[in-house]
Design a protein around this ligand. Structure first.
Ligand code: BTN
Length: 243
């Protein structure tokens, strides 16, 4: 498994996408940077992380065995891999906030940005970017964020944690290859943040409504039970979980 270690880069996802475009990214190639000058989050947001305190890394995976319609299973596999690696490190109360934020004690400790390379309706490769807050203690302006150090009181070695996450990604990608979709979905659903709890959402039109998260569709949509026991299905651009 090749790992490229960089002091600084715009974004490890952008860098790895460049390598993939040049044809020089092999399955399992990882890129980690001490500092990202243009770290990117989901939906065009910014991912900021203190230099050398946290993990900001990306890994390239060959996913040509996956059907485009099953692309959300890549996301499930990665969320579960991060969940499992952190559980093995003794972090407790971990939840996966759909689609793929990792929380502990209701605070965000990791974010995942997956960028698939699709050619002729086939996903040829996936650039999986993970930002994991490890040793940062000061999150000014981000009251919903936390880190492993804040949660466990222990300073962690960044290389060891990245190694643990990469190993779990291999484990969960084997489940993808073996088409263990039911297991992946049921594990993912069992860790879902606010599942079966009364919650408040905002839809794409800005309407606020109440409901219960009941699960995930096969295409990765969030299934919410609303008044009258109707189930509404949302893709990630269509709904925000407020609380
Ligand atoms: C999110 O929660 O919005 C996703 C955050 C993903 C951040 C990681 S850090 C490594 C990789 N490079 C990036 O520019 N983004 C991802």
């Amino acid at each position: 498994m090749r790992i490229i270690k960089l002091d600084a880069i715009d974004s490890t996802n952008t860098y790895l996408k460049r390598l993939s475009g040049e044809g020089t990214a092999e399955d399992g190639l990882a890129v980690v940077a001490s500092l990202q000058t243009n770290g990117r989050g989901q939906m065009g947001t910014v991912w900021s992380s203190q230099e050398a305190k946290n993990l900001t890394f990306s890994v390239f995976k060959d996913v040509s065995f996956i059907n485009v319609s099953q692309h959300f299973y890549i996301s499930m596999a990665v969320s579960l891999a991060v969940y499992q690696a952190l559980t093995c490190l003794g972090i407790t109360k971990i939840k996966v906030k759909w689609p793929n934020d990792i929380l502990s004690d209701d605070k965000k400790i990791a974010g995942i940005l997956i960028e698939n390379v699709i050619k002729l309706n086939v996903i040829t490769g996936s650039v999986i970017g993970i930002g994991l807050n490890v040793n940062q203690t000061d999150f000014k302006g981000l009251p919903g964020a936390s880190s492993l150090l804040l949660l466990s009181g222990q300073v962690n070695d960044l290389d060891e944690i990245m190694d643990a996450v990469l190993k779990q990604i291999d484990v969960y990608f084997q489940h993808l290859k073996d088409e263990n979709f039911k297991t992946l979905k049921s594990q993912y659903e069992s860790h879902l943040f606010r599942k079966n709890k009364p919650s408040t959402f905002k839809d794409a039109e800005g309407s606020v409504f109440s409901g219960y998260i009941v699960g995930i569709s096969d295409f990765g949509n969030l299934l919410v039970k609303i008044e009258g026991n109707t189930i509404r299905s949302f893709d990630f651009k269509e709904v925000v979980l407020l609380y």
